[in-house]
Design a protein around this ligand. Structure first.
Ligand SMILES: C[C@H](O)CC(=O)SCCNC(=O)CCNC(=O)[C@H](O)C(C)(C)COP(=O)(O)OP(=O)(O)OC[C@H]1O[C@@H](n2cnc3c(N)ncnc32)[C@H](O)[C@@H]1OP(=O)(O)O
Ligand SMILES: NC(=O)c1ccc[n+]([C@@H]2O[C@H](COP(=O)([O-])OP(=O)(O)OC[C@H]3O[C@@H](n4cnc5c(N)ncnc54)[C@H](O)[C@@H]3O)[C@@H](O)[C@H]2O)c1
Length: 305
């Protein structure tokens, strides 16, 4: 590569992140797109069909109303300005390749399955500009393994947000052995611009929060399976006895039982010797019955109106 081209590439990657593409508009992708747009980035939210694009934008509007009501409670017109400004920064799309073609940063928030993430990143690596940084919001998979299908492992990292993204202040920034210092700095800078407090973790199962939280959630299911206490009482116990905002069953339903189960299954397959990673049978059964928690209307609890 000529000196000029090296220089041009460095200049390109040193530029501030403005154009952000979020792939997947479910629980997490819609929240990430919302906060990125609210903090001044130009955001494209990519979903698989128009219906899901509309659903994602609809849920962003509802969440924005809640944020505006709180942040601008004494000034409705400022609240409206905030909502209009955020929505003006945001567009939905089903055209993956076109969307990533002018991106500075792509954040993937699709289903927690390695093969599906590989297929996606393989596809977009071929069309995104060389300077574009790729990040995954995976809860539990190895960032290095996800990025291994691309030719930009130095421009690949983890941005692990928490649900609900507009409310949760933490962002875990994951650097693999191949993530460049510059990419890492850009991801940290982007996280700060999103208004998050960033921590750094190595590319290890569950990073910090999920490595502690997911085995705790699974242990709560085992407590229930043994009949030691009811789900309701376990939730009350952890809220009033340990100060958690939600009990483990409320939280599992909130995160999504499919996501929680995928995390446990993946870790169990990779680390079968670790009993902490054994997926509880009750969790698998609920998922096989389509009971995925709040998003499907039923999980450990019923949310049907
Ligand atoms: C598995 C993954 O990889 C990692 C994860 O994400 S693990 C999950 C991490 N998340 C958690 O642990 C969440 C734990 N729960 C909580 O912190 C709180 O219960 C909560 C913030 C979700 C909701 O708070 P809570 O007091 O229980 O309910 P509620 O009164 O409805 O909401 C509190 C405020 O949050 C706001 N809020 C909640 N969800 C919101 C959303 N999606 N968008 C905007 N605002 C929201 C509400 O408007 C409300 O505002 P107010 O204070 O002005 O009334
Ligand atoms: N749920 C949580 O609390 C949470 C928290 C942090 C991280 N995560 C991680 O974030 C990711 C997404 O989780 P979620 O809870 O938002 O899932 P979700 O099921 O709510 O949403 C996933 C969305 O991705 C879309 N999608 C799937 N394949 C796609 C593709 N090829 N192109 C575009 N869109 C596609 C689906 O249509 C769906 O709407 C997962 O990796 C998960 O582990 C989840």
């Amino acid at each position: 590569m000529s000196m000029m081209r090296v220089f041009a590439r460095n200049m390109a990657t040193a530029a501030k992140i403005n154009n952000v593409v979020v792939i997947g508009g479910g629980l997490m992708g819609s929240g990430i797109a919302q906060v990125a747009a609210a903090t001044g980035h130009k955001v494209t939210l990519v979903e698989v069909n128009d219906q899901l694009v509309d659903k994602a934008i609809g849920s962003i509007k509802k969440s924005l109303e809640r944020v505006a009501k709180k942040q601008f409670k004494d000034d409705a017109s400022k609240g409206q300005q905030f909502m209009d400004g955020t929505l003006a920064n945001l567009k939905g799309s089903t055209k993956l390749e076109d969307s990533v073609a002018s991106s500075d940063l792509v954040i993937e928030a699709i289903v927690e399955k390695m093969n599906i993430k590989h297929e996606l990143f393989g596809k977009i690596d071929a069309v995104a500009p060389p300077s574009t940084i790729f990040a995954s919001n995976t809860s539990s998979l190895s960032i290095g393994e996800i990025g291994s299908v691309t030719k930009r492992e130095d421009r690949f990292g983890g941005l692990h947000f928490f649900n609900p993204v507009p409310m949760m202040k933490l962002l875990e920034v994951i650097r693999t052995e191949k993530t460049s210092e510059e990419t890492y700095q850009q991801l940290m800078e982007f996280g700060k611009r999103m208004g998050k407090t960033c921590i750094t973790c190595k590319d290890t199962p569950g990073f910090v929060v999920n490595r502690l939280l997911v085995p705790y959630m699974a242990e709560a299911v085992r407590l229930l399976e043994r009949g030691d206490a009811s789900a309701r009482d376990i939730d009350i116990a952890m809220k009033l006895g340990a100060g958690y905002p939600m009990g483990p069953f409320e939280l599992s339903d909130y995160v999504g039982l499919d996501t929680t189960n995928n995390i446990m299954q993946g870790w169990h397959e990779k680390y079968p010797e670790n009993p902490l990673f054994n997926p509880p049978k009750m969790l698998q059964k609920l998922v096989s019955e389509g009971k995925l928690g709040v998003k499907s209307g039923e999980g450990f609890y019923s949310y049907k109106k």
